[in-house]
Ligand binder design. Sequence first.
Ligand SMILES: [Zn+2]
Length: 75
Amino acid sequence: MTCLICKSGTYKAGKVTVKLERGSSIVLIKETPAEVCDTCGNYLLDQKTTRAVLKHAKNSFKSGAELEVSKMILA
Ligand SMILES: [Zn+2]
């Protein structure tokens, strides 16, 4: 599939660090499986991964931490 952003790269399976911000809180989730553009680094997450990321982020934001760094663990 051709990249939606740069229109020249193609997506390859890889791992990315997803960054989510809410107010003054930042959550980084490392080693998240994704399709990554080999040219610009844009990435796509599948539905299952997106759900896991959002669930994880919700818990992190609830804890009130300013910065939380963790690894993605998919069940
Ligand atoms: Zn691209």
